[in-house]
Design a protein. Structure first.
Length: 300
C-alpha cells in the first residue's frame, strides 16, 4: 500500500486537517476532497479540496504528500498546479500545501522556484518539525503515526485512541478505522484480523464501531459456542468455562507471538495481551531457540 492512498483516505474523511496545514480556518465545513487527473497529460494531483459552491470567498486547496525523494518534485508540482488552474479556472483564490516527512525529503530547491515557494499562498509542512513543537495538534499527531517506527506505532496509536473524544473527525469509529488501516500497512507480518483484535487491547470504547461488531462480538459468540460444545461433550459446566478460557488464552498467545518484534518490553507486551511476564519470556525463549537452530542449520 502506498502512503499516498493512506493520506488521501485520511484527508477525505478529515478535510479540516488540510485546512489546518494550509493555515486556514479549520472550522470551515463543506469542503470535499477528490483526486484530479489533468487530461492529455501524465499529471495527477494528489488531492484538490473544493469548497461549497455557496462560499465563493473560500479558497480552493491543493494538497500534495511527498515522502519519497524526487529531484523533479518542484517542477512537477508547479506544472500540475498551474496546468489545473489553466484548464479549470476556479474563479476564486487558492492555496497549495505540500507535506514532507522532513526537510531532507524535499531535496534541493532550484532557484527557478524560490519565488513561487515564497508566495504566501504556498505552504510547505515538515512533519518532523511540526511534531517537535511543544504542543502539536491532534491532527499533526495523527499524521505523525506515519513516521512512527513499528516498535513505537502501537503505543502511539494507543495513546491517541485512549484520549477523550473531540468534536469533529477523526474521532470514534472514523479514527479507529484509519488507525487499523495504518497498522496493517506498518505491521505487514500481522493479518488484518490480528490488527483488529489488537485494537480491543487499547483502552478505548469500541462497542459502537463496526470493528467491534464484526470482529470482537463475533469472536465472543464463537467462544460461547465453543464453550457450549465443550460443555456438552464433558457434560459439565466447568467444561464450557475451560473451553472458553483455553480458546482465549491460545488467541492471546498467538497475538503475542506476532508482536514479539514489535514490543520489546516483556512487561508491556504482557499487559497488552493479558498474559503473564513469564509466558512472554517463554515465548521469546522459544523464538531465540528456533532462530539459533535455523542459524546452525544454515552454517552446516
Amino acid at each position: 500500500m502506498k502512503t499516498d492512498s493512506l493520506f488521501y483516505r485520511l484527508f477525505q474523511d478529515w478535510p479540516e486537517l488540510v485546512l489546518e496545514l494550509a493555515e486556514l480556518d479549520s472550522s470551515w465545513r463543506g469542503y470535499a476532497l477528490r483526486a484530479e487527473e489533468i487530461k492529455q497529460t501524465a499529471f495527477r494531483l494528489d488531492g484538490v479540496l473544493t469548497p461549497p459552491d455557496d462560499r465563493p470567498d473560500w479558497p480552493l486547496v491543493f494538497i500534495e504528500t511527498q515522502f519519497q525523494p524526487d529531484p523533479d518534485f518542484h517542477a512537477r508540482w508547479f506544472s500540475e498546479l498551474f496546468l489545473y488552474l489553466y484548464r479549470r479556472p476556479p474563479r476564486r483564490a487558492w492555496r497549495a500545501v505540500t507535506l514532507f516527512p522532513n526537510r531532507t525529503a524535499e531535496g534541493t530547491v532550484e532557484v527557478a522556484y524560490e519565488m513561487q515557494l515564497a508566495h504566501p499562498w504556498v505552504k510547505r509542512v515538515y512533519l518532523e518539525q511540526a511534531l517537535g513543537k511543544p504542543t502539536p495538534s491532534r491532527g499533526i499527531r495523527v499524521l505523525g503515526l506515519m513516521l512512527a517506527s513499528p516498535a513505537m506505532v502501537v503505543a502511539e496509536a494507543q495513546a491517541l485512541l485512549a484520549e477523550p473524544a473531540v468534536d469533529g473527525p477523526p474521532s470514534g469509529p472514523a479514527l479507529v478505522d484509519w488507525v487499523e488501516t495504518l497498522l496493517v500497512y506498518k505491521l505487514p507480518r500481522l493479518s488484518r484480523e490480528e490488527i483488529r483484535k489488537m485494537l480491543n487491547i487499547f483502552n478505548v470504547e469500541l462497542k459502537q464501531t463496526r470493528f467491534y461488531q464484526e470482529v470482537f462480538a463475533e469472536g465472543l459468540e464463537e467462544g460461547r459456542q465453543e464453550g457450549r460444545q465443550e460443555g456438552r461433550q464433558e457434560g459439565r459446566q466447568e467444561g464450557r468455562q475451560e473451553g472458553r478460557q483455553e480458546g482465549q488464552r491460545a488467541e492471546r498467545l498467538r497475538i503475542a507471538q506476532n508482536l514479539l518484534d514489535v514490543i520489546a518490553d516483556d512487561r508491556l507486551l504482557a499487559e497488552k495481551t493479558d498474559l503473564s511476564e513469564a509466558e512472554v519470556r517463554e515465548l521469546r525463549g522459544k523464538r531465540r531457540s528456533s532462530t539459533l537452530r535455523a542459524d546452525e542449520g544454515d552454517t552446516h
